[in-house]
Design a protein around this ligand. Sequence first.
Ligand code: DLL
Length: 446
Amino acid sequence: MFNKTIETLELDKLRKLQSERLLSVVNTVYNKVPFYKNLFDKKGIKVSDIKSINDIHKLPFTKKEDLRDQYPFGFLTVPESKLARIHCSSGTTGKPTVVAYTEKDLQLFSEVVARSLTAAGAKPGMKIHNAYGYGLFTGGIGIHYGAEKLGMTVIPVSGGMTERQINLLRDFKSEVLCCTPSYALTIAHELKKRNIPLSEINLKYAVLGAEPWTEAIRTEVEKGLGVTATNIFGLSEIIGPGVSQEAYNEKGTGSYIWEDHFFPEVVDKNTGEPLPYGEEGVLVFTTLTKEAMPFIRYWTNDICSINYDKQGSRTHIKMSPIKGRADEMLIIRGVNLFHTQVEELINDFSELAPNYQLIITRKGSMDNVEVKVEVSENYYKEQRLNGDLLNTETIQNNENLTVLTKKLEKKIKNNIGITMRVKLQSCHQIPKSEGGKLSRIVDLRK
Ligand code: DLL
């Protein structure tokens, strides 16, 4: 462990620390951030109402729209001259949201990333191939400094130019790879395509995050790269990567949230009411120690559950994988749908690869969903498709492919309750990630 004292702190002590820190942060934002002063006053909340972490639910939420309204520096508690760095969140629409750090915040950022990398299996002296994007995105630079703090050798490759990435992996023999899960798959496929055996690279661990992924992707990455792959989660508003991390020897049991710095809650998507541990809802974070831009009950829009793991090596709470985003929830003919629900069904078919896209269209008032999904490389070979691109005709002429299409359509209908059209694709036809986040949904209704 990178910080054993804190990572294994007894819960009552952790609560005490969280309470002290919450009181301080509430006091600061009330006195330094006009947005919070107005909001507290409007809602009749007094700083003195907050006596411990148990009072957190009395506080109002902060939402992405609030950050946009205060663009760029409305949430600062320090003069701009005290800022050491500024990042932006990778928003795809409208104004970006700005996040700012003091020198102390950067130390905190590196601390939680160092803890995370250690939990992922990394050790001082190992080389880390960092293929998260460098720049305004928090992924590249955030991981970079955390890895240096841990005492690793950083290869700051950033995303893209997959061929070069592979050459560097082969030449430098990095033990740890950091990138999005979709890009890890891209690298694995490229290795295979170039017939490079795993013995020529030296990867042991992959630290994957920045987008939702599943056990099927884990299996494929682990096999394709010869690694133990774990989840790293984070968001710019809270710090960047390193808000939570899955331990490499506790795979599949959730990711530890470093709750001495980031206090998590899961709340009902519609009412905002706190939900019991284990129940799924919107993840909300309060930053307990961030200096430049602390946030109170930041509504992440990410859907997951949180719970303690008595068998775990650390005392901090764990979060389940992100199921999707509340704002990414599709409503198809009145039925709520996350693309990961379709993904789970696809994963049950060994004939299919976990690379898919949902294309949503509307005809009149009727929503239609087409599921484009690639067949796996093995199955493609097995069916002797000989380089053919799959289209309606090739599928109609191949009974196995027709049956497979029908089977998946039926499974979707039975499990999700919506009729979707499945369109099988040959390998690598669906756009792949070049290091960025991959879009699973193409919604053409708007
Ligand atoms: O994606 C920070 C990050 C960088 C995390 C590198 C992990 C690795 P943003 O660009 O602000 O920050 O996007 C944050 O990405 O609210 C989630 O919806 C999604 N996300 C991040 N990590 C995961 C993950 C970075 N492990 C948003 N699983 C979050 C699922 C994730 N979704």
